[in-house]
Each structure stands twice: as structure tokens, then as C-alpha cells.
Design a protein around this ligand. Structure first.
Ligand SMILES: NC(=O)c1ccc[n+]([C@@H]2O[C@H](COP(=O)([O-])OP(=O)(O)OC[C@H]3O[C@@H](n4cnc5c(N)ncnc54)[C@H](OP(=O)(O)O)[C@@H]3O)[C@@H](O)[C@H]2O)c1
Length: 342
């Protein structure tokens, strides 16, 4: 599709889902491609990121950010090409990372651009994964909250996902004994053989607490909390004195599962107190001004050279984005999910 294209395909939120999202959650619309005014540019989406946080953004009531309302274009990080420009700082043909959402085209005055991609960017979709929000999350959580020390034990769940695959490798480079938790034998084999983790435990099998304990003979010093649920229950008793827990995500609960069970708060707080545990929740979007440039300076070379490995899970078209999203929430992805839009 060229600059002269007239049709913009876009997914809007049809209705906020109760429980897991399904085919009725999103609606595909076609509208006219807008024309840039003074100081504006027209962006064409080439890659769209699918991420678990999107489930939180379609809650009926606002979460940590304002919810997408029915009829609004679904939010999402994108890599886009400038296809027309009245903006002095952006030329036709340049690539930018912004949040254009689940659609082909959008107008921008540049204020929403996170970064202009370098002209020699090796793989533009990396700016949605390893060099984008999830990679930044991994790097920030490990270094600013986890503070790994040589010989410590580091555990991460969703270990082969967008965040997990990066943070586990960084913890290994920091000298930790790294244990992943993932859904299925293939993902666990990949974590050990390709990513270099010391062990990986399949959370879907029986006896998770015992198997995790065996893989962590010295207990756990850092747990990157990505999921919650039974994985968290298996981790908690193994946390060491003065351990750290970056509270990154709770994907097992985003659609409401397990929110009204028996009250486990007293047990959790007792562990946190007795273990002198440090738990720190964070939302990475707050950290861009202070830390994103440092992250890129530190990580671009290791990622682009392959010293830190990455795995992407490519969804083939914009039309398939809703299905790709529901699969991501159910663990159907194997790597960072990106949608090839153009
Ligand atoms: N705080 C922040 O600013 C921030 C930023 C980025 C991401 N996050 C959070 O970090 C977490 C990981 O995000 P990501 O982008 O890297 O996603 P991801 O790992 O690529 O994909 C999500 C994975 O979660 C696992 N999962 C889903 N339901 C589960 C369950 N009930 N129990 C255990 N595991 C389950 C699945 O992996 P398996 O098949 O291996 O179980 C699935 O592949 C999410 O909670 C996300 O919201 C937070």
C-alpha cells in the first residue's frame, strides 16, 4: 500500500469483556486515510505489538491508565513509516516507534513518537520487543529493583515471553543461577538450551512447588513476578532473607481469574515480613524519561549482535490481531508477539 492509499483499517473496542476477550471484544472498521495538516505527518503502521497490558486497558473502569472506551481505536505500540510529512523533523521513509494503535494509518505531530529508529536499525520489530517496552522492562526491573549479585538465585515466570527471555539472560550475565518457569516442554527446553538458563520448570505439570524447590537448592533471591496464581504460591515459600521481588505483572489474573478466592493476604504479608523481603511494583511507562536512553545505550549492541538472543512470535496480518491477543493471554505465544501489518 502506498502513500496514495485511501482506506485505513482499524480495530476499535466493541465492548469491554467480562472474563477472557473473544471475537465480540473488537470490531474491524474501514475509514478514510486522514490527510496531514501543517506540522503533521502521516504514519503507516508496519509492525504492531501485542502485549498483556492491553487486557488491563480494556477494563470497564480505568486501571493504572485510562481505559479504552467502546468505539475507540485499540491502543498498541507500533513501528511506523512516515509516508507523508509536513513536519520539519521527519522525512518520508523514516521509521518511528510510537503508539499508533491497531490500525494502518494515523496522523502525528511528533509528540507521541517514542523514538525515531536509526537508519541502520537491524530489525525494526525489535523496537517493540527486546529494544522496546518489554526489553526495557526487563533491564529496568533487574538493575533498578532486583540488584543481582554473583551467585544469587533468580527466578522468572513466562520465561520465554517478551520480558522473561530478556531478563533471564541478563540475570545469567550478572552471574545468577537462573531458573525459568514456562508453559510446556518446548518452551522449557528452549529456555535451557537456547537462552542458557540453568533450569526451567513447566508450570502446567503436577508438583510445581517440589520441582521448583529442587531447582532452587539455595532458595530464591530475586523473583521477577510476571504471572501470579499458583506460580506465585510455589515461589513464595522459597524466597530468601533480604530477597527482592520486582512486581511486574499478574497475567494469570488480568481477566479476573482467582481474584475472589480464599484470603491469602495474611500468609503473604507474614512471609514478606519474616523474610525482610522487598517488593516493588512498577509501571515501565513512568521510567522512559529517566532511563530509556540509558537502556538503549547499554542493550542495542548486545541485542543486535545476538549476544542476547531474541525470539519473536509473528502474527501475519492486522486482521489476525484479536486472535493473536487472546492466544497471548492463554500462553499460545512462543516469544515476543508482533503483528506484521504492512
Ligand atoms: N509493569 C510493567 O510496566 C510491565 C511491562 C511489560 C510487561 N509487564 C507484564 O509482564 C508480564 C509478561 O509480559 P510479556 O509481554 O513478557 O508477555 P509474554 O510473557 O510474552 O506472554 C504472556 C505469557 O504469560 C504466561 N501466562 C499466561 N497465563 C498464565 C498463567 N495463568 N499462569 C502462568 N503463566 C501464564 C504465558 O507463558 P507460559 O506459556 O510460559 O506460561 C504467556 O505466554 C505480563 O504480566 C505483563 O503484563 C509489565
Amino acid at each position: 500500500m502506498s502513500q496514495s492509499a485511501t482506506v485505513n483499517r482499524r480495530y476499535v473496542l466493541a465492548q469491554s469483556p467480562k472474563g477472557e476477550p473473544d471475537a465480540s471484544t473488537f470490531r474491524l472498521e474501514t475509514v478514510a486515510v486522514p490527510t496531514p495538516g501543517p506540522g503533521q505527518m502521516l504514519l503507516r503502521t508496519t509492525w504492531l505489538s501485542l502485549d498483556p497490558y492491553m487486557r488491563v486497558r480494556i477494563y470497564e473502569t480505568d486501571g493504572y491508565m485510562a481505559s479504552v472506551k467502546p468505539g475507540e481505536v485499540m491502543v498498541g505500540g507500533t513501528v511506523s513509516e512516515v509516508v507523508a510529512s509536513n513536519h520539519p523533523d521527519y522525512k518520508v521513509g523514516e521509521l518511528v516507534h510510537s503508539y499508533a494503535g491497531w490500525q494502518d494509518y494515523t496522523l502525528s505531530d511528533g509528540s507521541d513518537v517514542i523514538i525515531k529508529l536509526p537508519a541502520n536499525a537491524k530489525q525494526p520489530s525489535m523496537y517493540l520487543g527486546s529494544l522496546g517496552m518489554p526489553g526495557f522492562t526487563a533491564w529496568y526491573a533487574l538493575n533498578q529493583i532486583g540488584h543481582p549479585k554473583n551467585g544469587e538465585t533468580f527466578v522468572v515466570a513466562a520465561a520465554t515471553g517478551a520480558v522473561g527471555q530478556i531478563i533471564g539472560q541478563l540475570a545469567k550475565l550478572a552471574g545468577c543461577h537462573v531458573v525459568g518457569i514456562a508453559g510446556g516442554a518446548d518452551k522449557c527446553a528452549y529456555a535451557v538450551k537456547e537462552l542458557g538458563f540453568d533450569a526451567c520448570i513447566d508450570h502446567r505439570g503436577a508438583g510445581l512447588p517440589e520441582r521448583l524447590k529442587a531447582a532452587c537448592p539455595k532458595g530464591i533471591d530475586i523473583y521477577m513476578e510476571n504471572v501470579g496464581g499458583p506460580v506465585f504460591d510455589a515461589v513464595l515459600p522459597l524466597m530468601n532473607l533480604n530477597s527482592r521481588m520486582p512486581l511486574c505483572g499478574l497475567v494469570a489474573h488480568y481477566s479476573g481469574a482467582g481474584m475472589n478466592g480464599a484470603d491469602r493476604l495474611p500468609g503473604f504479608l507474614t512471609e514478606a515480613l519474616f523474610k525482610r523481603m522487598k517488593l516493588e511494583g512498577f509501571i515501565i511507562f513512568d521510567q522512559y524519561p529517566a532511563h530509556y536512553a540509558n537502556f538503549l545505550a547499554a542493550m542495542t549492541q548486545p541485542i543486535e549482535s545476538g549476544a542476547v538472543k531474541i525470539r519473536e512470535h509473528v502474527v501475519g496480518s492486522l486482521e489476525e490481531a484479536p486472535q493473536g491477543f487472546t492466544e497471548l493471554l492463554a500462553g499460545g505465544n512462543f516469544g515476543k508477539v508482533v503483528v506484521k501489518v504492512a
